[in-house]
Design a protein around this ligand. Structure first.
Ligand code: IMP
Ligand code: MG
Length: 190
């Protein structure tokens, strides 16, 4: 990680980052999503499945806005990123701890880009006997989408085709701890 920012700046005020959504904007939107989910899942057996690692901050904030007796679980999968559509399966690096049979599942993602990873993950989870299976993503970047058939049930913000970091999202595993979502102005400086 280079530290080419001038000395008067901290990570949170890094001049190479342009704020797209402030912590306050994110909090307000996540709260709205939590209220929607609370209303839709009252009386049901809800499990939030976070996709590691990007979703951890969104999931931890979202779950505290859902006023229900829910459970959480996590999965980690390899990404298709540098591969073509037909190049094979996603690899499950970490599977769920508990069965989702009969449960009402919401898969929680940080961002949906091409949709390839999540599409395959939904196929895998779709074969496990859940009562229902939905998607909540903080960000939706529709322009690069390949899996256009992917239905997004809960979406925080729809964004243009820019590379964003913060609030769980990374560039080379950095920036996840930023309290806001920002655009990297000069990717060469990441
Ligand atoms: P997809 O299979 O192309 O939809 O991949 C989605 C994954 O790519 C996300 O879960 C992120 O890990 C990563 N990703 C896509 N766009 C961005 C971005 O703008 N910033 C950080 N990570 C991204
Ligand atoms: Mg991810």
């Amino acid at each position: 990680m280079s530290s080419q920012k001038p000395a008067q700046f901290t990570e949170f005020t890094n001049p190479n980052l342009e704020v797209m959504f402030s912590a306050e904007q994110i909090r307000a939107r996540v709260s709205e999503l939590g209220r929607q989910i609370t209303a839709n899942y009252t009386g049901r057996d809800l499990v939030l499945v976070g996709v590691l690692k990007g979703s951890v901050i969104f999931l931890s904030d979202l779950m505290r806005e859902i006023d229900l007796n829910l459970k959480i679980d996590f999965m980690a999968v390899s990404s298709y990123k540098d591969e073509t559509v037909s190049s094979g399966d996603v690899e499950i690096l970490k599977d769920l701890t508990h069965s989702i049979r009969g449960k009402d599942v919401i898969v929680v993602e940080d961002i949906i880009d091409t949709g390839l990873t999540l599409f395959r993950l939904m196929e895998i989870l779709g074969s496990r006997g859940a009562n229902s299976l939905k998607i909540a993503t903080l960000l939706d970047k529709p322009e690069p989408r390949i899996k256009t058939e992917l239905v997004i049930d809960y979406c925080g913000f729809r964004i243009p085709n820019r590379f964003v970091v913060g609030y769980g999202l990374d560039a080379a595993n950095r920036y996840r701890n930023l309290p806001f979502i920002g655009v990297v102005k000069d990717p060469g400086m990441v």
